[in-house]
Design a protein around this ligand. Sequence first.
Ligand SMILES: Cc1cc2nc3c(=O)[nH]c(=O)nc-3n(C[C@H](O)[C@H](O)[C@H](O)COP(=O)(O)OP(=O)(O)OC[C@H]3O[C@@H](n4cnc5c(N)ncnc54)[C@H](O)[C@@H]3O)c2cc1C
Length: 468
Amino acid sequence: MVKADLGICTMATIAIVGAGFSGTLLALHLLRRCPASASIVLIESNNQFGLGTAYATGNANHLLNVAAGRMSAFHDRPDDFLEWLHGQQKAAPALRDCGAGTYAPRGAYGAYIRDLLNREIGQDAGQRRLRLVRGRVLALEEEAQGVTLRLDRGRQLAAELVVVATGHFPPEAPADIPATLTDSGLYQPDPWNPAAWADLDPEAPVLIIGTGLTMVDSVISLLDQGHRGPIHALSRRGLLPARHADPGLAAPPRPGHFPTRLVALTRRLRRHGRAAQSAGLPWQPIVDSIRPFTQDLWLALPDADRARFLRHLRPWWDIHRHRMAPAVAARIETCRHSGQLTIHAGRIGEIQPGNSEARVHFTRRFSRLPVTLDVARIVNCSGPGCDFDRVTDPLMRYLLDHGLARPDPLRLGLDVTVNGAIKNGQGEISGRLFAVGPLTKGMFWEIIAVPDIRRQCERMATSIALLV
Ligand SMILES: Cc1cc2nc3c(=O)[nH]c(=O)nc-3n(C[C@H](O)[C@H](O)[C@H](O)COP(=O)(O)OP(=O)(O)OC[C@H]3O[C@@H](n4cnc5c(N)ncnc54)[C@H](O)[C@@H]3O)c2cc1C
């Protein structure tokens, strides 16, 4: 049922909030699995449906960090993305060389997802089972018959079930950042904002907070816009993502068993990785061998081991698991060797904004030496925020403040069941509110990449179809 200015519809309605990869794919699977009497409303606050944060980039040098052969949106049609790429070669000759082991531009992946959505809309014509609504959901009110979604511009919409697919929280600002800095334009909180590196003197020194894949994207953007000035990247440990193995290298034998205690599991993986290296084989397939089982392992690990993993091993896991495409890694390496890019390990102290530059004080890790940098721009690439006390997104604030949702025990996302049903402030399981994608990281840990999310969407669509 859809109320007010959004029209009248008598079908059972499933509303999906957020049309990035997770929300869009879930909509496609729901259409296949739900009875004809059910309709899907996909709500997106941005202009573009199907892209989300990851695939909205227009920079052709922002590459996927998973090989094209593993990026199909459907796990039972593994070549779907590759076939789509090959079908694009006339329109986009640059995609000609994309094979299963290559790393396609992320923008092309966004176009693929949008194409899937457009095809579905074409097939749906006349049935009106799928509706796209552009707007921001600000609040969800659970009522006896369903849920009322409150949108911007005073609009509202009623649904039987709602799936929240709003993705990661934005990066958190460094502690004690002065308001004068945020207001000055010297600091950019959102690395995905096209204005993040705009209007910058190409010789000026800049600082990137974070040294993960978002930093890597930022460096690529700077190089592509002809930046010649020093680029500093700073994180607590100064760890840089590893690079993917070159395609075609022989794979080492994979571990046959994965222990369900952290210490034993870490030892097993290290042993196999070292054995591969001593045999002149790449270690990367050993890390990848765990991927089909990461969710099982996460669920099997005792709580104390999960907490220990997050405290001590997470940064190491991240750089070995989330790797750079070889072509990207080569550019980053060249930039480091030339001295233009410096990776620092340390902790930011004070940031003092000036007229055209900010003065950043940080303390080096290990030596504790104080360092001062004068930079013309600071961009926050520190990764998704997880501090629920500082989340400002209106919908998330509403859900938390009204007790409709609560953080998971590890505070990685929302507390949900294995089926994605959201638990309220008292731990009760909602029969109407669900979450999908990175928001469910506390339950599954590895639920941020396409191969994991597509599995989750298929499973969730099957279980939701039983409810309508
Ligand atoms: C830069 C980057 C690169 C990545 N590269 C890869 C890769 O190469 N391979 C891979 O497998 N994985 C990759 N990933 C991981 C993965 O694909 C993404 O995490 C995944 O796309 C998550 O999609 P999502 O839809 O859950 O979230 P998002 O992409 O963040 O989409 C959420 C959507 O919800 C909308 N929204 C938010 N709040 C509201 C609201 N209140 N009302 C309405 N709409 C709202 C947002 O506008 C957004 O479009 C990458 C991730 C990032 C960030």
